[in-house]
Design a protein around this ligand. Structure first.
Ligand code: FES
Ligand SMILES: [Fe+2]
Length: 428
């Protein structure tokens, strides 16, 4: 459990908050590259870390992430005209470039130099791996671009989606490192979902609902090891990567694509759940890509024209009591992602962690909170760069493997937990 001040500290990410300052140390996924598909396309509203911003792509293909509101009298520039290397406010015609610099104030004589004194807040926005990444921290501390493996493989090897999640980022992220719920909540999915079924590991998963957890610190975050019984006294290990503040990679199953998430605060009550799938040694098949588009695996179906899931809190997540009773789904909600999101949203926008009763399988969550609190304190008190900013911390993998009983997973799986070019994930 957490005291109220600790819970506030971890869940609030607006400007000036400690956790907000920490989030502003990282390159964050801000929007899908497809949302700005061509030069001079319509701008997109982006709310991140409680700041209302606007992303656009100018005549020359440059990306910009600027304050949503015009410096003149506060109109939303979402209504702006994207033309001739800038975004023009439709109210009185002030125009801004991708850095937020005002480049034209039609009412003022050009010689006055007035427009040069006007600059909107802006952040760098860079494309990598089908995602537009934003860095919202101090310019002098801008880190190298992210090197998550899924973002570095060729585009045919990868699928990325995002969905709106209507709760605080932390309770969503905690679901990502809570491997013990898989044997319950996702029980119905393991042998049905086209992106999961057919793995030997699923049998171990279903046969042993009382895994033993071992959590150890890594350079960038934690390794969450879940141990289940396999044959001949050996153990089946599933090792999840958590890299601060909000990246997870879920252990693979057979040679299915490997998936994972980021949870990025929109504001304190909402976050973006980013979901990726990739394979290192071969492209995704057409069937896999279609299954992902259709909402299988960690992806979802949407309310058309939005990133809000089709199953959402306004329709009780399309709860199917008959499927629940028949054991087709454990909770009555369909699909891995919405099974997670429905329960995480059901806790309310920000769960009160003073009321929890944690058990040993919550160790990953407990250690992650400590690590976040420690890193936030070190950043605020001493300016220490938090774990996970260094691209070396990002070149990691999850793994699933069978090990003899006397081998600690951290040592035995050392190679498997690092990025190895042209070598597939270690998987069962
Ligand atoms: S409010 Fe934008 S130009 Fe006047
Ligand atoms: Fe889950």
């Amino acid at each position: 459990m957490l005291r109220k001040e600790q819970n506030d500290l971890l869940t609030q990410t607006g400007p000036g908050t400690p956790m907000g300052q920490m989030y502003r140390c990282y390159w964050l996924p801000a929007l899908l590259a497809d949302e700005l598909p061509e030069n001079e396309c319509p701008p997109v509203r982006v709310k991140l870390l409680s700041e209302r911003l606007l992303a656009f792509r100018d005549t020359d293909g440059r990306y910009g992430l600027i304050d949503e509101f015009c410096a003149h009298r506060g109109v939303s520039l979402w209504f702006g005209r994207n033309e001739e290397s800038g975004l023009r406010c439709p109210y009185h015609g002030w125009k801004y470039d991708v850095t937020g610099q005002c480049i034209d104030v039609p009412s003022e004589p050009e010689e006055s130099g007035f427009c040069r004194k006007i600059k909107l807040k802006s952040y760098p926005l860079v494309e990598r791996g089908g995602i537009l990444w934003a860095y919202m921290g101090p310019p002098e501390k801008q880190p190298p671009l992210p090197e998550w493996e899924f973002a570095m493989v060729p585009p045919e090897h990868r699928f990325v989606s995002k969905r709106l999640q209507e709760c605080n980022w932390l309770q969503a992220m905690e679901g990502g490192i809570d491997s013990s719920h898989v044997s319950f909540l996702h029980r119905g999915e393991l042998n049905k979902d086209p992106l999961f079924k057919g793995s030997k590991g699923n049998q171990y998963n279903l046969a042993d609902a009382k895994p033993h957890f071992e959590v150890v610190e890594s350079a960038g975050g934690l390794l969450v090891g879940a141990r289940r019984n396999a044959e001949n006294g050996n153990y089946y290990w599933r090792i999840t990567q958590w890299v601060m503040p909000a990246f997870t990679m879920i252990p693979p199953r057979a040679d299915h694509p490997v998936h994972g998430h980021f949870w990025i605060p929109i504001d304190d009550d909402n976050c973006w759940t980013w979901s990726f799938d990739y394979r290192v040694t071969k492209p995704l098949s057409a069937e896999q890509r279609q299954a992902m588009r259709d909402g299988w695996g960690v992806h979802v179906k949407y309310v058309p024209g939005t990133f809000r899931p089709l199953a959402n809190k306004d329709n009780d997540y399309l709860m199917d009591r008959a499927a629940q009773k028949a054991g087709k789904t454990f909770s009555g909600v369909e699909g891995i992602s919405m099974q997670d999101a429905s329960l995480q949203e059901s806790m309310g926008p920000i769960v009160d962690r003073a009321k929890e009763n944690l058990v040993s399988t919550d160790n990953g969550i407990i250690m992650a909170r400590h690590r976040l609190l420690r890193a936030a304190k070190a950043l605020i008190d001493k300016g220490v760069t938090p774990p996970g900013v260094d691209p070396a911390h990002q070149r990691v993998r999850s793994a699933a493997l069978v090990l003899p009983p006397d081998q600690p997973f951290k040592d035995a799986a050392k190679q498997a937990l690092m990025v190895q070019p042209d070598v597939a994930h270690v998987s069962v």
